[in-house]
Design a protein around this ligand. Structure first.
Ligand SMILES: NC(=O)c1ccc[n+]([C@@H]2O[C@H](COP(=O)([O-])OP(=O)(O)OC[C@H]3O[C@@H](n4cnc5c(N)ncnc54)[C@H](O)[C@@H]3O)[C@@H](O)[C@H]2O)c1
Length: 136
């Protein structure tokens, strides 16, 4: 079972959640947003737990995979914290264009024994994830 956490429950977080819900063997375990009602609204239909603090979500739900669906200024920190928690990460590809956060994330990925970071395009999440669903 792949346990998924979603950080940022706006438009992209919802797209990711709906993509994960289509894959057998994937369970959304945590949804985090600084706006509690957004986290709750996304978490409830999937039987996931809502959080307003992503570190709390990582510690309590121990996801194997995290979708970072916050805005660009948060991507690096949310990705690094997720890697530190031992999760694979899908994050918004715009950050790749920003050298400083990208370098920070790359250095943490290099130090992470088993986790990977994949920049995503929201429409390809489902297609990207499906072939991996049975191998993790
Ligand atoms: N690839 C695409 O087609 C595509 C399309 C639209 C947006 N995007 C990108 O996706 C990302 C998210 O965009 P969106 O449209 O979903 O934005 P959004 O504003 O709808 O959602 C972002 C959410 O993050 C939450 N948030 C802010 N700070 C947070 C924190 N510290 N912890 C947890 N949650 C926090 C906000 O409350 C909000 O609900 C952006 O990087 C954007 O550029 C990509």
């Amino acid at each position: 079972m792949i346990r998924v956490g979603i950080i940022g429950c706006g438009g992209q977080g919802r797209i990711h959640a709906n993509a994960y819900a289509r894959i057998e063997g994937v369970q959304i375990v945590g949804c985090c947003d600084v706006l509690p009602e957004r986290a709750q609204e996304l978490a409830q239909p999937f039987g996931a737990t809502a959080f307003t603090d992503h570190r709390e979500m990582l510690a309590q739900t121990r996801p194997n995979l995290v979708s970072v669906c916050t805005l660009e200024g948060h991507h690096a920190q949310h990705t690094i914290d997720s890697l530190r928690a031992g999760a694979h990460v899908l994050y918004e590809n715009w950050t790749v264009l920003q050298s400083q956060p990208s370098a920070r994330m790359n250095s943490h990925t290099a130090n992470s024994a088993s986790s990977s970071v994949t920049p995503y395009s929201s429409n390809t999440v489902w297609r990207w994830l499906k072939p991996h669903a049975n191998s993790w």
